[in-house]
Design a protein around this ligand. Structure first.
Ligand SMILES: [Mg+2]
Length: 223
């Protein structure tokens, strides 16, 4: 089945955090830490209490920000500025990642719960500037995050996507569910072998490079 899975695809959706770079870079842990700080400062509570709220909202809504907006009328732009004020030094430019993504024909779209300003900085740090046709960020959905259905629906309608031609990479399995149910080919990027969303995952790879290698190999096979 592998050989035919990617033949007629022409839209490639990439999640950003912990998908285009490894969790081992510590980039996302910096953001995670700053979210806790933000909540603790804003609500004037201890970091422990802030952490509980952060995780509760993340679990319930898909993003901490959405919970803060809904429950505390939080200014989303203030939150996004604060949490993304991080150190990018651990990221390295990757020629090979750039080449492999460019090998795919069709449009590549970045699909992130972050904002486009942060995404652009990160893409620059990874040497991926100019690779993506567009960045579908959290502002484009009026801050409604993945994995909510409305987020995916907005994406599909904005770019007028034919879902059977779409491949989607994400490190969070729950984000893949709606896409899968709508006919998208889903790829989970994870070191874990277990997932309670297995039925919504077409392929799983440890890294984005592994996934792209497999796809490129399958596209090169002549019949
Ligand atoms: Mg991610």
């Amino acid at each position: 089945m592998l050989n035919n899975s990617f033949k007629n695809k022409n839209i490639w959706l990439f999640d950003l955090d912990n998908t285009l770079y490894s969790p081992k870079t510590g980039i996302f842990s910096q953001i995670d830490f700053r979210m806790k700080k933000f909540i603790s400062n804003k609500l004037k509570i201890s970091e422990n209490e802030a952490f509980n709220i952060q995780k509760k909202f993340y679990k319930k809504y898909g993003s901490t920000l959405f919970g803060l907006m809904r429950n505390f009328n939080c200014d989303p732009e203030e939150f996004l500025r604060f949490v993304h004020d991080i150190d990018f030094r651990n990221l390295k430019k990757s020629d090979s990642l750039r080449k492999k993504i460019n090998f795919l024909s069709g449009k590549k779209i970045l699909y992130t719960n972050g904002d486009a300003d942060y995404a652009k900085k990160l893409l620059n740090a990874l040497g991926l500037d100019g690779v993506f046709y567009d960045i579908f960020d959290i502002r484009k959905t009026n801050y409604i995050p993945k994995p909510m259905k409305q987020s995916f629906e907005k994406l599909v309608s904005l770019y007028d996507l034919k879902t059977s031609e779409v491949v989607y990479f994400d490190d969070l399995d729950k984000n893949l569910k709606t896409a899968f149910l709508n006919g998208v080919t889903t790829i989970h990027i994870s070191e874990e072998n277990e997932s309670s969303y297995k039925m919504y995952i077409d392929f799983r790879f440890k890294t984005i490079i592994n996934a792209l290698d497999m796809i490129i190999k399958s596209l090169k096979i002549k019949e």
